[in-house]
Design a protein around this ligand. Structure first.
Ligand code: F6P
Length: 365
């Protein structure tokens, strides 16, 4: 029987459905099977840098959280201790405060940390293991863009929400003979748009992996017109852009202290404006935004997140630090934490895209 440990738990990056299910699985199995003790670290890695952001995480805390969205531990996508935003006079500067986090982990007598997050959170976890702090990762994100795993939890729920949104947009599109453009999250990967576009019956699917030509979309809309289809649905990923064009960006990395990534948005409007020069039909843009990340997780995400939480304890038991849990060919396995750094993207020649094209769905190419 392995010695019971004292483990810190944090959720970092954007929230997504299933985080609480994972925390519940982890804490319940950890206490029942291993006798571990858990410390909740609030607001991602911020909880290891700022004072008074840690608390005991007990089985009592996990009661009733399985169907809840968000995270009971709070999160932050700006708290990178290796590039931490610190106010100096009127400006923000980025400083490496990772040693403060290491000291805090020592003071808390943590044997290791379970870091639940996307590429940013897991990459930071990997950097901490290089400095001696023991970390096991659990991959989450609605974008499904982590290369170490076939699927992240949160994706299934977001896909269901986007599909329902496309279903609902069909009514107005048809009633008003409109072109409805729906902008879907996913950063530089088109998985969410591709799947929900297929599931929702979109006529055009635009993803970052395939830069689009406006003429191709116009041609598709006209072809539909000739077949007496007076409306069209365009599912566009926030990271999609026209050939020769650039990403639609809300703010640059340098505008967000400590963040290091750009915030995308506006791809739908860019596409609509380009189309408006060529077609008579009214065009409306719907940006699904954070609706995609909210609310109760689907059954599939609850199960995947619970399995991830339970499996993370096997990695701890086996001393597999600097690793993360992952899904491969339907099995929960382990992968190096460093894998999370590689971005996974839709294969433009893969079956989902080829089959969608063979049904007449346009990708604007
Ligand atoms: O990574 C998840 C995600 O929702 C992306 O799809 C999106 O680009 C980004 O986070 C939005 O971030 P924020 O919540 O900071 O606006």
């Amino acid at each position: 029987m392995p010695r019971p440990l004292r483990l810190g738990v944090l959720t970092g990056g954007g929230d997504c459905p299933g985080l609480n299910a994972l925390i519940r699985g982890l804490v319940k199995r950890g206490i029942h099977e291993f006798g571990h003790e858990f410390v909740g670290i609030e607001n991602g890695y911020m909880g290891l840098v700022e004072p008074e952001l840690t608390r005991p995480l007990t089985e009592e805390d996990t009661r009733g959280i399985l169907p809840k969205g968000g995270t009971i531990l709070g999160t932050s996508n700006k708290a990178n201790p290796f590039q931490y935003a610190v106010r100096e006079g009127d400006t923000w500067v980025e400083k490496d405060v990772s040693d403060i986090a290491l000291r805090r982990a020592e003071e808390l007598k943590l044997d290791g940390i379970i870091a639940i997050g996307g590429d940013g959170t897991l990459t930071i976890g990997h950097k901490f293991t290089e400095k001696g702090l023991r970390v096991v990762g659990c991959p989450k994100t609605i974008d499904n863009d982590l290369s170490g795993t076939d699927q992240t939890f949160g994706f299934d729920t977001a896909r269901a929400i986007c599909t329902e949104a496309i279903d609902r947009l069909h009514s107005t599109a048809e009633a008003h003979d409109r072109v409805m453009v729906v902008e879907i999250m996913g950063r530089n990967s088109g998985f969410l748009t591709l799947d929900s576009g297929i599931a929702g019956g979109a006529d055009v699917i635009l993803i970052p992996e395939i830069p689009y030509r406006v003429e191709a979309i116009v041609e598709k809309i006209r072809r539909r017109g000739r077949r007496k289809r007076s409306f069209s649905i365009i599912a566009i990923a926030e990271g999609a852009y026209p050939e020769g064009g650039t990403l639609a960006v809300l703010d640059k990395a340098s505008d967000i202290p400590g963040r290091g990534v750009v915030r995308l948005g506006g791809a739908g409007k860019v596409c609509a404006d380009l189309l408006a020069r060529h077609i008579e039909a009214e065009i409306r843009v719907t940006v699904l935004g954070h609706l995609q990340r909210g609310g109760t997780p689907t059954a599939a995400d609850r199960v995947l997140a619970t399995m991830y939480g339970c499996k993370a304890l096997d990695l701890v038991r086996d001393g597999q630090w600097d690793s993360m849990v992952a899904l491969r060919n339907g099995k929960i396995v382990t992968a190096p934490l460093s894998e999370s750094r590689k971005e996974r993207r839709v294969d433009p020649n893969g079956e989902p895209v080829r089959f969608a094209k063979s049904m007449g769905i346009s990708f604007g190419d």
